[in-house]
Design a protein around this ligand. Structure first.
Ligand code: URA
Length: 237
């Protein structure tokens, strides 16, 4: 983490006005790593230095910069933070300015699934979005060989019995897209759910891409690319 001045970090922490903080520093009421510091420009590592104001910790209340990123995950990349076998993960795709923000993926896509993946360092939001009680819609484009029969579409929409339970109602549409022939919208995130739903009907999924979760769309984001997402768009994802 880059060092920033004590005054700047404390001002950003929202614990008082700049003038109040200036006075607190001047008055010897601020300690950094056990030492009273009276220099405003004392270099501080906001992540690891221990800062006390009037004997109370402030390091923990320095607001983190929350970032929400939409990433277009390419094939062959793991949606984890690190891999013991050294395979490429989504973090390897991030531009350098995002590398230090401790972002991690919200939910997962299989290694061979492409498309929309949200990354954030906002733990509360990530927790809410991945909790099973939170039924956010996820739309996928699917390529299979051949076509689905009408009764197969009905079965996908009504729920397919998988070994870990029946899937909840889904919506299936035929697509006129060169690479994908169906769209399916589901509300849960069982492991390999879409692939297993199609496999249960004897259709092997050749390509799978997530194009939307809730209000958030993949849009024209290029494979491997990222774009920041406003907090407002995530309210209903
Ligand atoms: N369903 C799947 O089968 N795979 C994914 O990656 C996401 C949904």
């Amino acid at each position: 983490m880059d060092k920033q001045s004590l005054l700047k970090v404390l001002t950003r922490a929202g614990i008082g006005s700049r003038r109040q903080i200036t006075e607190a520093i001047k008055g010897g009421r601020v300690m950094v790593n056990g030492e009273v510091i009276t220099a405003f420009n004392h270099p501080l590592d906001a992540e690891s230095d221990d800062v006390l104001l009037d004997c109370k910790t402030v390091a923990t209340i320095i607001p983190q910069q929350f970032v929400y990123l939409a990433l277009h995950k390419p094939k062959g990349v793991l949606s984890t933070v690190r891999d013991e076998r050294g395979r490429r993960t989504v973090l390897d795709l991030l531009p350098p300015e995002y590398r230090r923000l401790r972002l991690y993926p919200v939910g997962r896509l299989d290694k061979d699934t492409t498309g929309l993946l949200l990354l954030t360092n906002d733990g509360d939001l990530a927790h809410r979005l991945t909790h099973p009680s939170f039924e956010n819609e996820k739309e996928y484009h699917v390529r299979i060989k051949g076509e689905l029969k009408n009764d197969e579409i009905k079965r996908l929409e009504g729920g397919i019995k998988l070994e870990d339970g029946k899937t909840s109602p889904a919506a299936v549409k035929k697509l006129k897209d060169a690479g994908y022939n169906y769209s399916i919208t589901i509300h849960e995130g069982k492991k390999r759910q879409v692939r297993r739903m199609f496999e249960a009907l004897g259709h092997f999924v050749i390509e799978l891409k997530r194009v939307r979760t809730g209000n958030l769309k993949l849009g024209s984001l290029k494979e491997g690319g990222v774009r920041e997402v406003g907090r407002g768009l995530l309210k209903k994802i």
